[in-house]
Design a protein. Structure first.
Ligand code: ARG
Ligand code: GLU
Length: 716
């Protein structure tokens, strides 16, 4: 009897906590935090919701910014100093690097404001205000409308509303659906356009451990860089000018010297990009079983070939370092995602939830067959989703020779559509893109990747959906033969390709039409669009409509659960605690790493694990200044905050809103939090604020930058 009850309990437990929303799951909308204030205080917070987000008063949100559109940053001095990740500022740091002045390798610290380096095109955006505009957006929308009618009604409503939104002349607005279009939000934003590089550690600190340690805990990376916002005379946004002045912020985050202890409250404030928490079990199973395996296998194949070449030749290593990092980042994330989904039985958990959902809505005709419909759409789209992976991964992302093909094809199309003028306008872009491409291109290496991936495509691709030429011409030796033709042609040769740009538009058009690589690319693209892309988009529409209803249905069926919208690149708050974890089959991981661990990983001369001499000396002398903890120097720590891509560079704050860390990654198995957050293994990784201060002050001797900040120490 007892065993039976126990079994019942074990079986029913997940059903009784339906959305299984645990301690620290959630990417919360900052303007709705009142509802969570109690829970946040129970977790240790000493602030109010109003301290975090307020329209009328200064709040933490005024120090948080969208950095360059894809990352997050925060203001950490009264002179507009911005903290973000090294990997977020990477493009700018690289752009300023030359052989004589190698910022990536040596680091950079502006001695005075005059030394700070401008970055054309780089912007930072603050959120001024968020408002719920659901009633306005959905006015006149009825249940029996077609999707197209519904969308055009909403678009019209929001367009009509836009001019009446209260804002300053230099502020922008945009609208975003949340909960699959059940609700709509308005964002009023302010974007600064003069953002200068102030400081960065060398790669051997900022990218320490590189791809081997990426997504991995224990971690020892000082992944930070510093920028400064400049403003016009009125402190408002202005184009770059030497006369601009450092931005005087509404709020800047004090930086804590107090450090972190297991169990401490943490709040991460930033711009998470995309999550899908509310999908049915069948869709999660599709990602786990059908979508992730082929894309992992494709990237695996390419990475092996690139790795061998990069290890054999230093020039190749430099040429391919950033391409390799890009391919490896998502590859590794998907592997971890699958491990985590399996280990936490995410699909099973979702299924038990759905059983409960079915019971609750059984008698409701609106939702009655909803899950069956969703499951059947998922079953239908699965082969299309898989076919999309093969095409996108191989043709669009990994085989490089299709990149110049795309540029030249577009140039010829501009000429066909807009004549001489269209051609002339577009030509400079193509010229600089191609020059950049060929600088880091090794055709022999790309040929090897091409052969391996096309063979894989011919072997594993779906003959019903992929172009027949894949199976006819690229199986086995076919790929080798095709490659020797294609890679002895124009596009494999930088000089010959760039020479095309000196031809007349007609002659270029003729060359484009005759080129075998461009011909192959066009065939594959148009076949893909017709056979896979278009049906997939139609099914995606069907899926979205039902997800909108399923989302609403979940909220009705489980009304006691707190809900948060999926990440969509808008400002969110996540909170949690400093917290270690127990990976499967390994000893428990502590929540903090130390500089001694950097030294343990040190491999002299290695491109991932070299350590600067100065840093080794400081560790040897235990010369940590005021930043160490006893006889150790903290480096990184982990917490149970729910984050995703886009949260890179997000400030991590303590119970009082002081900066204690800088978010930059998640632990490997925890990357499944994009589909199903599980508090047992989902952890975010942060650089300890004390390590950042130590590197600036003790390692780089840039004490003047630390002096700008407001340092606090509440622990002592
Ligand atoms: N995994 C982190 C993110 O998704 C860091 C990526 C940059 N580092 C790298 N080795 N690729 O952005
Ligand atoms: N590195 C990621 C980024 O660039 C953050 C890590 C994550 O995905 O959580 O946003």
């Amino acid at each position: 009897m007892r065993i039976l009850r126990l079994l019942l309990f074990v079986f029913l437990f997940p059903v009784f906590s339906p959305v299984s929303l645990q301690a620290h799951e959630g990417m919360w909308l900052p303007h709705l935090l009142q509802q969570l204030e109690g829970r946040m205080r129970e977790t240790g917070m000493r602030m109010s919701a109003e301290d975090i987000y307020s329209v009328n008063n200064t709040s933490l949100k005024d120090a948080v910014l969208h950095f360059g559109g894809g990352c997050t940053g925060s203001v950490i001095s009264k002179e507009g100093l911005v903290l973000t990740n090294h990997h977020c500022g990477y493009g700018q740091i690289q752009a300023h690097s030359t052989v004589e002045r190698h910022l990536l390798r040596d680091g950079f610290w502006a001695g005075t404001k005059a030394d700070e380096l401008p970055n054309p095109g780089l912007t930072v955006t603050f959120i001024r205000r968020i408002e719920d505009v659901t009633d306005i957006a959905l006015a006149g929308v009825t249940a029996d409308m077609s999707e197209a009618e519904r969308q055009s009604t909403i678009d019209r409503n929001l367009n009509d509303h836009a001019p009446s939104v209260r804002r300053e002349a230099d502020e922008d607005i945009f609208f975003r659906p949340i909960y699959y279009g059940n609700q709509y939000l308005l964002f009023v934003t302010l974007t600064y356009r003069d953002v200068r590089l102030v400081g960065t550690p060398p790669e051997s600190i900022g990218k320490f451990g590189a791809d081997t340690d990426n997504w991995v805990w224990p971690r020892h990376t000082g992944d930070f860089s510093l920028f400064r916002i400049y403003a016009g005379p009125d402190n408002r946004p202005a184009d770059y000018s030497p006369d601009n002045r450092p931005y005087d912020p509404v709020h800047h985050l004090p930086v804590s010297l107090g450090g972190v202890k297991e169990g401490d409250f943490t709040l991460v404030y930033g711009f998470p990009g995309r999550t899908q928490q509310y999908l049915p079990a069948s869709a999660v199973a599709m990602t786990l079983e059908s979508v992730n395996p082929p894309r992992i296998a494709i990237r695996d194949t390419a990475l092996h070939i690139l790795d061998r070449a990069m290890r054999a030749d230093e020039k190749t290593r430099l040429q391919y370092a950033s391409k390799y990092a890009r391919i490896a980042n998502a590859w590794k994330k998907w592997i971890g995602e699958n491990q985590g989904l399996t280990q936490t039985r995410a699909v099973w958990k979702k299924k038990s939830l759905e059983a409960e959902f079915r019971e609750r809505v059984e008698s409701d005709p609106r939702y009655h067959s909803l899950l069956e419909e969703l499951d059947s759409i998922v079953a239908t789209v699965t082969p299309y989703e898989v076919a999309a992976q093969y095409h996108n991964e191989i043709i669009l992302r990994t085989v490089e020779i299709f990149t110049p093909a795309r540029w030249l094809q577009t140039l010829a199309a501009r000429y066909a559509e807009n004549g001489e003028k269209g051609y002339a306008d577009y030509l400079p872009r193509v010229r600089s893109a191609l020059a950049g491409f060929y600088k880091d291109y090794r055709p022999d290496l790309d040929k090897e990747v091409f052969v391996a991936l096309m063979q894989l495509y011919a072997q594993e691709g779906d003959p019903r959906l992929a172009h027949p030429i894949i199976f006819q011409s690229f199986a086995g030796d076919g790929a080798v033969q095709m490659a020797s033709t294609l890679y002895s042609g124009t596009l494999a040769d930088a000089a010959r390709t760039l020479a095309l740009l000196d031809l007349s538009p007609e002659a270029l058009t003729n060359a484009v039409q005759a080129d075998p690589v461009i011909g192959l690319y066009e065939q594959l693209q148009s076949h893909y669009k017709r056979e896979v892309g278009q049906p997939l988009a139609r099914w995606q529409d069907e899926m979205d409509q039902r997800m909108r209803r399923y989302m609403a249905a979940q909220m009705e069926a489980f009304p006691d659960q707190p809900y948060y919208p999926d990440a969509n690149g808008t400002l969110r708050v996540t909170f949690g605690q400093v917290e270690g974890y127990q990976p499967e089959g390994r000893p428990r991981y502590e929540c903090q790493t130390w500089l001694s661990g950097v030294i343990e990983k040190y491999v002299p001369g290695d491109y991932e694990f070299d350590v600067p001499a100065r840093l080794r000396e400081l560790e040897e002398r235990k010369d940590y200044g005021p930043y160490g903890e006893g006889d150790r120097m903290p480096v990184c720590f982990i917490g149970s905050n729910h984050t995703t891509g886009g949260n890179s560079g997000s400030p991590a704050m303590d119970a009082d809103g002081h900066l204690i860390g800088l978010n930059f990654d998640r632990v490997w198995e925890g990357t499944m939090s994009d589909l199903n957050f599980d508090p047992s293994i989902c952890r975010n990784i942060m650089v300890d604020a004390r390590y950042i201060l130590f590197i600036i002050d003790k390692f780089a001797g840039a004490r003047h930058i630390v002096d700008e900040m407001t340092l606090v120490n509440t622990r002592r």
